[in-house]
Every structure is written in C-alpha cells, then in structure tokens.
Design a protein around this ligand. Sequence first.
Ligand SMILES: [Fe+2]
Length: 309
Amino acid sequence: NAYETSKVTFNEKEHYRYLNFLKQGIQICAPDVMQDNRLIELYDTYLKDEEIKAVIDTPIFVEDKLWGVLKCEYKQKHDIDRQDEWFNHILAFYIANLMESARTIEANEEVKKYLKKLEENFDEVISLLSRIVEERDPYTAGHQRKVALIASAIARELGLSEDEQRKLYIAGMLHDIGKLYVPPEILTKPSRLTPIEFEIVKVHPDKGYETLITLESLKEIAEIVRQHHERLDGSGYPKGLKNNQIIKEARILAVADVAEAMLARRPYRPPIPIEEVLKYLDENKGKLFDPEVVEACKKVFSLGMLPQS
Ligand SMILES: [Fe+2]
C-alpha cells in the first residue's frame, strides 16, 4: 500500500544464495517468506527485523549486471498473482532504463570534460609554437597573437561559426611558423630588406604549410597559412592566386596580418596611425583585399576591439 526507497545492502558472503537467484534473472515471489528457502539467508536478520511476511523481489539489471533489487514487501502473507509479477517486472525494467540513460548522460559529461582538457593542452602547444617563432624575431614578438585576435574578431563580425573563429585564431597564432626556415640575420635586420633577402622571406608561407600539414589536427590551418600573403589581384605570393582561388579564411588572415604589421613599431619606422591603416585597406579593397573582410575589419577597430600593441 505504500512505496518507499531505502538502501539495503546485500553482500556476496552472507547472501550468496539469494543473490545468485537474482543474478540469474529470477524474480523471487514468496507468498509466505518462511516457506521459501531461497530467502533462507534473510530469515533471521532482514525479514525478521522488518516483520516481512511476503515478498516479490525483482532483479534490476543495468548494463547486463545486477544493479539492485526492486522489493515489494507485505506485512501479511499475500497471494501473488501474475499481475503482481508482471507489474514488478515492468517497474524493474523501467528503473533499469532510467539508470542506463543516467549513466549515458554522466558519460557524456566525462567526455566533455576530457575534450575541454584536450583543447586546453592543444592551446598550450599552439602558444608554445608561436613563441618559438617569435623568439627568433623579437621585432615581431606578440605579432601572431594580435593577428589571431584581429582575425577571429573579423570572423565573428562576418557571422562565421565559432569553429571558424577558432580556426582563424589558431591560423593567426601560427601563420609565420615558416619563418623558422628564414635565417635570423634576415628576420632581425634593422633596415629594409634587399630584393634577395625578400625572396628568402617569401618561402615562409610554403614552409609553414609543409610544417603544419604533417599534423592531422592542423591540416585546414596549413592551407590558410600557405595563402596568407596571396592578394586578390594575383600580386601576392607564393602562388599568385587570384580572387576566389584564395580561400576566405586566408583573405581574412591577410587583412588582419597587414593591419597588425602596419600598426606595430618597426626598427626603421614608427607605428602607423590607425586612420592611415584603415585608409590603406580601404584604397586597396577589391584590389588586394576582400572588400567584405576590409569592412568587417573596420568595424572591429571602430568597436574598440583593437588589441593593445
Ligand atoms: Fe607572413
């Protein structure tokens, strides 16, 4: 006549026989507990203490293991009919299902935590790689992080997905990784480069691609990095790609890279004021840069999202 939940623990040592029946999936229906020797181990303790005279004990299996027992207990001897048996079976089955779904939800939470951890570790590795490049080139220290911030902000402004924004952040962080192959004398030269030196610097997008393409998780990033010096009119390098031959992400990275580089101090020139940078991008939109990206970049700067340089 009443339902209640209580925790009763049975153990293998004292209740071996009883548990063994349940483990085999047997429902123990005892109209008179004292007449049922399957319950013999429970006579003197549990059944006597609780003054139980009749039981229907139904095993609950979760993931193919005995997880618990649905116990229907009577204070008087009680005739048990098929309906009682079935009712308890169905209820036990229902509980088992709930338990299994609860476990799946828990498992998903675990997976989420694990993925988060992986993502953090991944970000650490990206930052480390980025620092290694900048270590050799103190003039551009912090450049990649700022480009990453501008590029991902432009992506957000363009309404791209969070995945795309993240991709652009990572591409920004690593876009000059190919400079590891450029001699440090050239990278740190305090004056403008000679044409030959510039030819050497121009290998860095391809070298960056070759480095990143070896990592499965950075395959898409590799292509963005390879194209970050391409320009709409074909005047860029390494391939001289034009317009739509250049992937959208690379067109975003290009604008972020140029804007950040102009805004930064160089040994041979002071920082260029923001108005001049935006004017330059504006004058060259449709020619060198994707007009839509330039507009988004202008919005990013006007919104005050400019990272500290
Ligand atoms: Fe570059």
